[in-house]
Design a protein around this ligand. Structure first.
Ligand SMILES: NC(=O)c1ccc[n+]([C@@H]2O[C@H](COP(=O)([O-])OP(=O)(O)OC[C@H]3O[C@@H](n4cnc5c(N)ncnc54)[C@H](O)[C@@H]3O)[C@@H](O)[C@H]2O)c1
Length: 255
């Protein structure tokens, strides 16, 4: 008996990395999954990986920075699976490594458009549908950089801090609807965007990064997916409006 049997979950950004790991884990726990992403090839591969293990999933091509596409994503979940119980607002983009003084309007708008506006646009249409089921859970994927900003990451830092604030407002507004809303703030995780995704096989850089984490290693997508599972199940029934920092203790490293 899966922990998410008969539940329907949307996972944005599920074509790779943390989103794919979350979609696979939730499907293995019995949820039907809407894989929502701009990346079609990766999205279909996530669906294939779920179906191969006997799970149920469908890919909906979605740019979460576009309201009409985000609305259609939620509608597709309702039409395909009869309702919605869980929203994982995970889709995100990286930021150009630039000082504020060198950041263009377009670069600022692109990162805020996906990493903050995309969370708003994904969650907004989901709320009424989750409420119709008598409640459920929303999880946003923010970042340790929303808590402790990183130099040359201004749009990303601001978007993730905004996503954390939005999560708390949503928790307040959704509590009467029996929808718990929490955020996961990952540290460095091995995906296309993080960890070895940007460090490549630069062993010196990898070692330096690992040394600056209390647990002396970079995280794996499945370790973040496990936090997401905790936040959507009864195990976290008394938690809402919280940010779970999953960073191997990176934020506490003092050298
Ligand atoms: N990997 C890390 O080190 C790390 C650390 C902190 C936070 N995060 C956050 O975790 C989340 C997942 O990132 P990841 O590390 O798995 O990276 P990833 O690049 O593997 O996955 C991001 C996914 O989001 C999708 N995406 C991008 N723009 C989109 C859009 N407009 N609409 C829909 N989908 C879109 C991409 O196609 C991709 O599949 C992001 O929000 C990221 O900011 C990652």
């Amino acid at each position: 008996m899966g922990q998410l049997n008969e539940l329907v979950a949307i996972v944005t950004g599920a074509s790779s990395g943390i989103g794919r790991a979350t979609a696979l884990l939730f499907a293995s726990e019995g949820a039907s999954i809407v894989v929502a992403d701009v990346d079609e090839k990766g999205g279909h591969e996530t669906v294939r990986l779920i179906e191969e293990k006997g799970g149920s999933a469908t890919f909906i091509k979605t740019d979460v920075s576009d309201s009409s596409q985000a609305n259609a994503m939620v509608q597709a979940a309702v039409e395909t699976y009869g309702g919605l119980d869980i929203m994982i607002a995970n889709a995100g983009v990286d930021t150009p490594n630039k000082l504020v003084t060198d950041t263009s309007d377009e670069e600022w708008a692109r990162v805020i458009g996906v990493n903050l506006n995309g969370v708003f646009k994904s969650c907004r249409p989901a709320i009424s549908e989750i409420a119709k089921r008598g409640g459920g859970a929303i999880v946003t994927v923010s970042s340790d950089e929303g808590i402790k900003p990183h130099v040359k990451f201004a749009p990303y830092n601001a978007a993730k801090a905004g996503a954390i604030s939005l999560t708390k407002t949503l928790a307040i507004e959704c509590a009467p609807l029996k929808i718990r809303v929490n955020s996961i703030a990952p540290g460095e995780v091995n995906t296309a965007m993080g960890g070895t995704g940007w460090m490549g096989d630069d062993q010196k850089l990898i070692e330096e990064s690992e040394q600056a984490i209390l647990l002396k290693r970079i995280g794996e997508p499945d370790e973040i997916a496990q936090v997401a599972l905790f936040l959507v199940t009864e195990a976290s029934s008394y938690i809402t409006g919280e940010v779970v920092l999953a960073d191997g203790g990176g934020i506490l490293y003092t050298g």
